[in-house]
Ligand binder design. Sequence first.
Ligand code: C5P
Length: 209
Amino acid sequence: MIIAIDGPAASGKGTLGKRIAGHLGLAHLDTGLLYRAVAAQCLARGVLDDVAASAEAARSLDVGTLDPAHLRTGALGEAASVVAARREVRAALVDLQRRFAARPGGAVLDGRDIGTVICPDATVKLFVTASPEVRAERRFKELAARDPLASYEAVLADIHKRDARDSGRATAPLARADDAILLDTSGLGIEEAFQAALDIIEAARTRRG
Ligand code: C5P
């Protein structure tokens, strides 16, 4: 069983992906971490603008070394969306993601192009979204707990910018696959969103037999 979860930044897809995987006993890959790790390497070497260097960083990426605590920063999210717009970088990460998805026992992958490009034959496809304001509010609350100078307006502006870049790029843009089920979490808490996702997965599995 392969569960593909796509959606924009701060939609809650990562949290949902992790919980669904835990609940169903499946492996989970947050594919945003791959692009974040490529961006982190490029920034450290001062080569973020270099397409060939970023593609090389993607080709030599070791999934075993991904460190979510260091990679999940606002600055790396922004830099990740820059490298993720490059065809060469995306191409270098396709096989790795497909191998992960094909592991015996099944997997949950979350990202932007899982249902459209990486796993077009996934058992279940979810497109998780929420309004930009709700997503900014959630992200702002996380940030404000650590940084008293965090600003809601700055977070909202960042979300709009990242949405535009991720949806507007030529290669594998953020998009809902035709057969993905939409889950709008704007009015839902995490428990409700989790339940709604499980209901969708159960219904889709029953339909497929
Ligand atoms: O999901 P997350 O915010 O960690 O992703 C960071 C960036 O990586 C996204 O804004 C997007 O540009 C890119 N990404 C992507 N395709 C994926 C996952 C992430 O382009 N499958």
